[in-house]
Design a binder for this molecule. Structure first.
Ligand code: MN
Length: 455
């Protein structure tokens, strides 16, 4: 028999490092329970992903499970309010095992789940579906967290079908199967003060990592060393790791939007684009900076850098409560398109170029996405009639215009092979916005003076 960990003492062992307080998780669950009217919310376990043979990738829990209790090991979660014997908060966890724990570390266990996570009921993971089936007999609605495991999704859908097949005989209204994701997305989209504090911390640490690169990058350094430097800063400052795959792209690799190979040497005269952010307490930062591998931007690089930075300033300026979500994108497009015309890359007038999407070969992505517990966070972008939703305080979005000229792009030669993106994390405040990542240096003169000092 394994000794039970002292209650509370080892909570951090099983919960998100530096994450929200137990009271925050309890409040979130209460909010869901209050919204459940004869309904059940069930989020199935996320299994560990195999790296090779019996070696696994670092485990990342389902984000909604993490949002509702902060458990950092494979577990299914149920919140029920339908008059069944397991109403309230149930966790289905891996049972403790001397053999397994010798290899992969302590498990919270069935008994520990109650103490550590405040579960009303806890069970071994393998009875999760059977318990759900029993609970559904009393429910009107199942809010189900659809999984990447399609067989599991089919099994749950079949379970709902079976329940409805029996109801004409047994009585009770039909059971409705609903996706749990939109229900939770609506709440996750608006961050409370405690969440914003974690996001600010993630952004501050990440900004410091970017700033350190300005002092340390040099010609001949490899992209993977750049990655190691920023990720060292994330981890040395309390992040468990990067929030997504770090992009360290020298030269024309910067024109590959999701370049992640990071395996080439940096060359003098080229730019280095670094898109990297840490995850702190379960919340993400997402910052991109683009600076010269040598001391200064070439004139062509400076033209494009100043243009992207002007577009970013214009886009950030639009962020305020009541503003449509796509206002930053439209502001960035206007500046970028006008600039591309001035530089002789596009011709005609800006409105026509925007209308015809003439800019699109060089700016092919949107300017913003939601940011939160996931780097491309949940939340709607459009309302029911298809228009952009309005920003409200507590939303956090990236603002990340860029310009990308592939080595074979149909532009003047001195612009070819240049990719630039500048990305910050912006929280909508009561009367405007706060740039969470404002510590990351981006003014060109400041970058060049730091680069000059680096050599
Ligand atoms: Mn981004």
């Amino acid at each position: 028999m394994l000794a039970q960990p002292p209650p509370g003492m080892l909570a951090s062992h099983f919960m998100t490092l530096n994450g929200p307080s137990p009271a925050t998780f309890a409040a979130r669950r209460q909010r869901v329970l209050d919204a459940l009217d004869s309904a059940v919310l069930f989020i199935p376990v996320t299994e560990e992903a195999v790296f090779a043979n019996d070696v696994h990738y670092a485990f990342r829990p389902d984000t909604n499970t993490r949002y509702l209790c902060g458990i950092e090991e494979p577990a299914s979660l149920m919140l029920s309010r339908c008059g069944s014997d397991c109403d309230g908060f149930s966790l289905f966890v891996r049972p403790r095992s001397e053999q397994s724990e010798t290899w992969t570390g302590k498990r919270v266990g069935v008994d520990g789940a109650k103490n550590t996570f405040g579960a009303d009921h806890s069970y071994p993971g393998d009875v999760a579906l059977e318990t759900l089936r029993r609970t559904l007999k009393h429910a009107r609605t199942l809010h189900y967290g659809f999984s990447r495991d399609h067989n599991l999704n089919r099994e749950v859908a079949e379970m709902v079908h079976q329940a409805n097949a029996e109801r004409p005989r047994e009585g009770g209204a039909p059971l409705v199967l609903a996706d749990a994701a939109p229900l939770l997305a609506e709440w996750r989209q608006i961050k409370c003060e405690a969440e914003l504090a974690l996001m600010r911390k993630a952004a501050e640490i990440s900004a410091q990592g970017h700033n350190e690169l300005l002092a340390r990058a040099h010609p001949g350094m490899n992209e993977y060393e750049v990655q190691a430097i920023v990720e060292y800063r994330f981890r040395a400052s309390g992040c468990l790791g990067p929030a997504y795959g770090t992009i360290a792209a020298g030269g024309d690799r910067a024109t590959v939007l999701h370049y992640t190979r990071n395996e080439f040497a940096l060359r003098d005269g080229e730019l280095l684009l670094v898109d990297a952010g840490g995850e702190y307490g379960g919340y993400c930062a997402d910052i991109t900076r683009t600076f010269p591998v040598g001391k200064a931007y070439t004139p062509a690089q400076a033209d494009l850098y100043d243009l992207v930075l002007a577009a970013q300033h214009a886009a950030i300026d639009t962020v305020a409560p009541g503003t449509p979500f796509d206002a930053p994108h439209r502001a960035a497009l206007k500046v970028l398109t006008q600039g591309l015309i001035s530089l002789g890359i596009l011709s005609g007038d800006a409105d026509t170029c925007i209308e015809s999407e003439a800019y699109k070969p060089y700016y092919m992505h949107r300017t913003s996405h939601w940011l939160g517990m996931d780097v491309h966070d949940v939340g709607r972008y459009r309302n029911d009639s298809g228009g952009p939703i309005s920003l409200v305080p507590g939303m956090v979005l990236t603002v990340e215009p860029g310009l990308y000229f592939r080595a074979d792009a149909d532009v003047p030669e001195h612009y070819r092979g240049i990719g630039i993106r500048i990305e910050d994390d912006v929280a909508v405040s009561g009367n405007g916005h706060v740039v969470l990542s404002s510590d990351a240096i981006k003014e060109r003169r400041e970058i060049e003076s730091l680069r000059a000092r680096a050599f």
